[in-house]
Design a binder for this molecule. Structure first.
Ligand code: MF3
Ligand code: CO
Length: 261
């Protein structure tokens, strides 16, 4: 069942999405060699609680963090830990916040200091593919149009698309129908209608598309241990342009002020 949101509900979605966006902005300020992923998780949790929100991932089916931590070959759902970030790493921080009964979901993959240009190119392509997907999220089109836009953009540049993990509808729950895959055929899948809120989240690998789940039951990494990138926005389908409910503005502001200091 796909729930279409009213204008009032979308206004509440905007609130949750703004808070998760500001949370990633706080995290961005602290990304540097030497910090542990557990410290980043604490920063995110305290920020959300201080702002009246709820960290949705924490305790979700037993997940132990506010952030899903994705260092290098980790695709999604890594645990915060004592692992220290090092120059040359990449780290995705995926976060879901609930505020006033609605959820916002966003992920950003950061470079830690100087990184290999080949890995930077993976980040750039994955980032752009997210906006290609969003561009296709228009009333009258279908989920497969979003999926195909992401897939063709990434595969044309030599990267591979993770198959097992998808974007999703979002609203009162962080995961609602429909699934939003990052691969598929144009003109297939559920029809997009105004009021649909979905999280689009390309998970793109430098090497092969294959993944494994670690023995902890959560941590998903690439089988070949090559890096994987992940960006995510929560969006609303409208009668016109798609509305991006989350924003990377706070992340970008934090990264810019780090560079100039
Ligand atoms: N953005 C992630 C997703 O859509 C959030 C997962 S929260 C977790 O799957 F608790 F399942 F890790
Ligand atoms: Co998500």
């Amino acid at each position: 069942m796909i729930y279409l949101k009213t204008a009032e509900e979308i206004e509440l979605m905007r609130g949750a999405c703004d808070l998760v966006s500001r949370t990633l902005g706080e995290v961005a300020k602290w990304i540097r060699p030497g910090i542990t992923t557990l410290q980043l998780d604490t920063i995110a949790r305290e920020f959300i609680l201080d702002n009246g929100g709820k960290p949705s991932c924490l305790g979700y089916h037993g997940f132990p963090g506010t952030l899903c931590i994705e260092v290098n070959e980790t695709v999604v759902h890594g645990f915060p830990s004592q692992q220290t970030l090092r120059e040359g790493d990449i780290i995705g921080t995926d976060c879901v916040v609930e505020l006033n009964g609605y959820c916002g979901d966003s992920c950003y993959t950061f470079a830690v200091g100087e990184i290999d240009p080949k890995v930077q190119a993976l980040l750039d392509t994955t980032y752009k593919s997210l906006y290609k997907g969003i561009e296709a999220a228009r009333a009258g089109k279908r989920i497969g149009d979003i999926a195909n836009a992401v897939q063709t953009y990434c595969e044309a540049r030599g990267y591979s698309v993770v198959r097992e993990m998808c974007g999703h509808g979002i609203g009162r729950s962080m995961h609602e129908a429909p699934e939003v895959p990052n691969f598929g055929r144009r003109g297939t899948g559920p029809l997009l209608k105004p009021g649909m809120c979905i999280a689009i989240e390309p998970m793109i690998n430098l090497g092969s598309k294959n993944i494994v789940i670690e023995r902890d039951g959560w941590t998903c990494r690439t089988r070949d241990r090559k890096p994987s990138a992940h960006y995510e926005h929560t969006i609303a389908v409208t009668a016109g342009e798609p509305e991006i409910l989350t924003t990377f503005r706070y992340v970008n502001e934090a990264l810019e002020s780090k560079q100039s200091s």
